[in-house]
Design a protein around this ligand. Sequence first.
Ligand code: HEC
Ligand code: HEC
Length: 391
Amino acid sequence: MGVTHNTFVIESFIDELAAAAAKQDPVEYRRALLGKSPRARAVLDLAARAAGWGGPLPAGRGRGVSLLYSGWGSYLAQVAEVAVSKAGEVRVHRVVCAVDCGTVVNPDTVKAQIEGGIVFGISGALYGEVTLKNGRVQQSNFNDVRVLRINETPAIEVHLVRNGEPPGGIGEPGTAVTAPAVANAVFAATGKRIRTLPLERQLRFGLRRTIMRAFAPLIVVVLPIAACSRRRSAQAADPAPFDPIASVVMHPRCMNCHQDESPRQTDAAILHRPLVVRGKDGHGAPTQPCQTCHQATNTADGFVPGVATWELAPLSMLWEGRTKQQICEQMKDPARNGGRRTGQEVIEHMKVDPLVLWAWTPGADRTTPPLSHEKFVQALQAWVAAGMPCP
Ligand code: HEC
Ligand code: HEC
């Protein structure tokens, strides 16, 4: 069983060694170490040749290799080709796997086993994660465990070595050899060495850290300036009528949907798991619309929230990262608020819309905004009566 989890560590480390050893080519580096293991060397050569190792790649893509000796008589080598988006999403475009499991009785079954293993291996490498909360596993089924979908599945080629060696085992190896090949390809494409699975979480969090680091000096300079200017504008208009409204709209139950590319979850505002994206109209990607999981009402004992029109708020209503003054101005701007002009039109949505009302019946253990909906509507009316001043 050791190969199923150790291969990621071993083959990532070998790749690091290759890079440290005067930037040697990862395939050449492995070949040089395999003088006493002709079968391992043969699968490595076969996979590298079939994958066009060393040949040109479209811009932004990288190739990674990994090797596996199963201990029950089978050798595998795999080459993965990936691209990584700016947001840290990994797309695996092609996987080539060479297999020597000794005498093969039914080649088609072996190929099918490896193909399925690769799809499962990519799912695990990119997203696979089991988390515990209050002593219980949080994941329950495929609504909250993301697996690779057909449209995300790469081109897969499996090459079998024909020989007369005793038959080896061919269950897990196709899965086990995949994560390091993909992680090594991510390194080739981005220069980022990831030592912890799942990869996408590392890439996304790494990215946020990088952004924070890049902007940190700026924040140090800008924050005091912003604080000064806000103090000045606070004197100009009475911000009081908007304050209770801000306390609601800036609560996670509203903010989690008023996002840019992906919704957020829980009061900690973590990126939506499994990752879902905005898509063309805020309804998610065509293959994974919000309604796949979010139904007309809260389901699964309130764990999956639901309203028939569940979707991301339009980008004109992006609130994440905005100040309450900016949010206030957005709310009043007909160009951004869905064409609402009069005060009553501006607040109508917040009085009756099912998505807004959901925030007070969110299900499970979710917190609700600090004001009741009734108090919120009173605050909205008072703000309109005061001429909708912004802080
Ligand atoms: C499930 C996602 C979701 C949640 C939760 C959510 N919104 Fe929205 N919000 C939307 C969408 C979608 C729109 C665009 C509505 C439309 O086009 O009819 C929107 C639009 C708005 C608008 C602009 C008015 C308009 O008609 O476009 C306001 C104001 C607003 N939401 C307030 C809130 C408040 C306040 C909360 C929390 C109490 C909240 N929203 C919670 C998704 C959400
Ligand atoms: C694969 C299933 C799935 C898909 C598709 C999906 N969601 Fe979710 N979503 C969930 C589950 C499950 C939760 C609850 C997670 C939790 O509370 O820990 C959730 C929670 C959320 C929350 C957090 C609500 C809160 O504040 O507690 C928001 C917002 C959300 N989803 C928006 C969306 C949007 C918008 C889409 C489409 C673009 C979408 N989701 C697509 C499964 C999904």
